[in-house]
Design a protein around this ligand. Sequence first.
Ligand SMILES: NC(=O)c1ccc[n+]([C@@H]2O[C@H](COP(=O)([O-])OP(=O)(O)OC[C@H]3O[C@@H](n4cnc5c(N)ncnc54)[C@H](OP(=O)(O)O)[C@@H]3O)[C@@H](O)[C@H]2O)c1
Length: 350
Amino acid sequence: MKKVFINGYGSIGGRITAFLKDDPEISVIGVGKYSPDDKVNQAISKGLSVYVPERKIPDFKNYEISGSIESALDDCDLVIDASPEGYGYRNKKNLYEPKNLLAIYQGGETTTGDQAVSDLLFNSRANYDLSRDKRHVMQGSCNVTGMGRILEPLREKFGDSIIRFDVTLVRRWADIEQTEKKITDTIEMTEKPHHGEDVKTYFGKDSPLFVRAIKVPTRQMHLHIMDVRFKDTAPNPSEIHDIFTNEFGVATLWTAKGTKDVRDYASTMGFNFTDTNMIHIHANMTVSIGDTVQIMYSDDQTGIVIPENHMLMQSMLFGKSYQEAFSHTESIFHMKEKKQKLEEHFAKEG
Ligand SMILES: NC(=O)c1ccc[n+]([C@@H]2O[C@H](COP(=O)([O-])OP(=O)(O)OC[C@H]3O[C@@H](n4cnc5c(N)ncnc54)[C@H](OP(=O)(O)O)[C@@H]3O)[C@@H](O)[C@H]2O)c1
């Protein structure tokens, strides 16, 4: 059994930990906490060992912590870093590299420039095999992962007959459990969003993909508005939807009025958290006009990257093939069943 440490126990780290506890191939040796707050006891009550930075041990004197992060990492095969943006790079330099550890980073980091955590931005659909011999790999962010789930199948089916993709990312302000983060009543413009360049690391640096982004005051998922332009007349909506019938992590919904409908239904499905772990094409919004197809899909910001981390971990730790990793991830995340339930609940009326 391989030993994994999760450094950071927020929206992403908490979820990764919950799923890894169900994985018989993995022993979760503990989670890293940085602030002495309620989440320490929440983690302990779930049977987790909590470790904190050596220098902060005195701050946690009122909690039953298990020791320092530094010592926990001495007895570990792979670390999943789930720290706030930018801290992953510092952890790599200060902790993981000196201890010669395998490490996975999250999408708030970068794969370019002098703060790059890796030269590979992982997307299981696009570049699974490239991760197998790497020691440090970054999982793409939720928006980058979601875009890949639409772009790759479209390109595989229509290839050069597509001449450009224009995407507007409507990003959520905060996550549901980030109650300390206030939602501000404004629509914020994002200058030079990184998402397009991130996607191009696996989609091709010269691909005709143009991305802009705004942030809106909601906690209920991201929404991507995508226009796909073809050389000639664009396919009709059903030809587009058909491509995604058997696609992993993509549900096609007809009757959701908004992102909260999807989240609310997810909370009744009986799985971990209120996650769907996927994107949802809002099929009633797909329109074909002349040479262009308009598509909208929502992206489960907190859930979508968790099965991806699980796939990546199996590649790096066990050198599994895509199919082997995929089957094991499916046995833990039940993505097929989730997709089916969502599609039945939001099926076309009449
Ligand atoms: N939230 C999303 O929807 C989402 C989706 C995809 C990717 N991501 C990416 O995932 C990463 C984590 O985001 P998040 O939303 O989970 O953040 P978050 O909820 O704010 O949690 C961050 C966690 O990191 C801990 N932490 C603080 N300093 C740290 C350090 N130096 N090293 C390691 N951990 C540290 C925090 O501990 P304390 O609470 O104890 O201070 C907290 O538990 C970011 O790169 C983000 O861009 C987020």
